[in-house]
Design a protein around this ligand. Structure first.
Ligand SMILES: Nc1nc2c(c(=O)[nH]1)N[C@H]1C(S)=C(S)[C@@H](COP(=O)(O)OP(=O)(O)OC[C@H]3O[C@@H](n4cnc5c(N)ncnc54)[C@H](O)[C@@H]3O)O[C@H]1N2
Ligand code: MOO
Length: 394
């Protein structure tokens, strides 16, 4: 039973889980933002026929000849069924098939036309000019998109050009979020004495949304052991990930840890040498990860950014799920006495990290404007102005 681990121990335990969703085939439009689960091969040559890159005249190249007799017109979408003869030209348009025999297109601005003839300066061209050859983009069997690629509008354009309608991707997980606490009230209601607005729920829902996770079931439960146990059991059945907020510390009404144990959740670790978010619990049941986030709002967002988010990204096949932070100079000296890792809300200003006021774990004010979190290592009691610190954007 791992207890009170360091930040890097916690991360290496989570990294070693390597839990991924199973590959699914999604339609192109539904796959935007997802990661390919296997490589995609071209099922056809593109272009699938030689075609003109310009509005102009298709000819058979001949260094000496600068005049041609115009014999036909070919529109885009047409299917020419003749072979062009030497000395002849066809009027052709961008994207139209170049007829058999022709190998070069002269743009219309570059010719002088009489009734039946065109003339051009051959020195300005070469054999093959302005013809887009069959297979110039890709040939059948080429790997056009490797496994682990993020699907962008560009990827979708490429796949559509190949006639591909579905793509193998890692899906988004189904997530359950259990909000514990008698004092929590939903927005839109009037607070009674002792109550507070539920801010963890909306904050996490938007974090899921930002990561492309849309199937989130929210449960609200009172601080009552039997109810917490029951709702965990239900939520675990219906989701790939389970998150809880609150009730994971040592108070008389903190039932989450016991209820998780009753539901057969195996502890991966409990408590981290960090601030905020010390009492984070992470467990596992079969191939599902369970995160019990300490209820204080800063603990919730900080633990989500550092531990939950990478696991969700890993599940969704993102090869950069555990990418490290960037390093930026800190604007002012920072001192701490406690040998724990600190995650501090920060703004980036002129390339420098500015720590925001109000770092207590109940205080959401700095989150209102923070660009992300700065990590001050466990043993760094003094961080000098200008030294590089790890910065994690949202
Ligand atoms: N004796 C000790 N007390 C506490 C310790 C400790 O080590 N010894 N740890 C403290 C730390 S650190 C944290 S973090 C909190 C974590 O407590 P819980 O996970 O049990 O969370 P709760 O007690 O249920 O709530 C904490 C705090 O957060 C507010 N909260 C809860 N849910 C929401 C929500 N949905 N939206 C907004 N705010 C929420 C709740 O009202 C409490 O104020 O424990 C310390 N105590
Ligand atoms: O770890 Mo708690 O998040 O300090 O309040």
């Amino acid at each position: 039973m791992k207890e009170f681990v360091t930040v890097s121990e916690a991360k290496s335990i989570l990294k070693s889980q390597k839990i991924r969703g199973g590959s699914v085939h999604l339609s192109l439009q539904k796959s935007l933002g997802k990661f390919t689960a296997s490589s995609v091969l071209a099922p056809m040559d593109v272009p699938s026929f030689d075609n003109s890159g310009m509005d102009g005249y298709a000819i058979i190249w001949d260094e000496k000849g600068e005049g041609r007799e115009v014999v036909e017109v070919i529109q885009a979408g047409a299917k020419p069924d003749f072979v062009l003869e030497k000395g002849k030209a066809v009027r052709i348009f961008t994207g139209a098939p170049v007829p058999e025999g022709a190998d070069t297109v002269i743009p219309q601005e570059e010719i002088v036309r009489t009734d039946e003839m065109i003339f051009f300066n051959a020195q300005k061209f070469f054999r093959g000019a302005n013809v887009r050859k069959k297979g110039a983009q890709c040939k059948v069997g080429w790997e056009v998109v490797p496994a682990g690629t993020k699907i962008t509008p560009g990827t979708i354009g490429l796949l559509a050009s190949l006639g591909i309608r579905e793509v193998p991707v890692f899906p988004s997980p189904k997530v359950s979020l259990i909000l514990t606490g008698d004092e929590i009230l939903d927005l839109g209601n009037e607070l009674l004495p002792g109550q507070i607005y539920n801010s963890n729920g909306p904050a996490l829902e938007s974090y899921f949304e930002m990561l492309g996770i849309h199937e989130v079931k929210i449960y609200k439960v009172k601080d009552k052991a039997s109810e917490v146990t029951k709702v965990i059991s239900e939520a675990l059945e219906n989701s790939d990930f389970l998150l809880l907020t609150g009730g994971i510390s040592v108070g008389d009404y903190d039932f989450v840890k016991g209820s998780l144990e009753q539901n057969g959740v195996e502890q991966l670790f409990y408590k981290i040498r960090q601030r905020p978010g010390k009492p984070l619990f992470v467990g596992k049941r079969s191939e599902k990860l369970i995160f019990a986030l300490p209820g204080n709002p800063a603990s919730v967002l900080s633990c989500f950014s550092q531990y939950v988010k990478p696991c969700l990204l890993e599940w969704m096949g993102n090869p950069q799920a555990w990418n490290g932070p960037s390093y930026l100079p800190i604007e002012k000296d920072f001192d701490k006495k406690i040998p724990m890792t600190f995650f501090l809300k920060a703004k980036i200003d002129s390339g420098k990290v500015q720590l925001l006021p109000g770092q207590e774990s109940f205080n959401l004010l700095p989150f209102g404007v923070a660009d992300g979190l700065v990590e001050i290592p466990q043993d760094a009691d003094h961080t000098e102005e200008g030294s590089l610190v790890a910065f994690y954007p949202w």
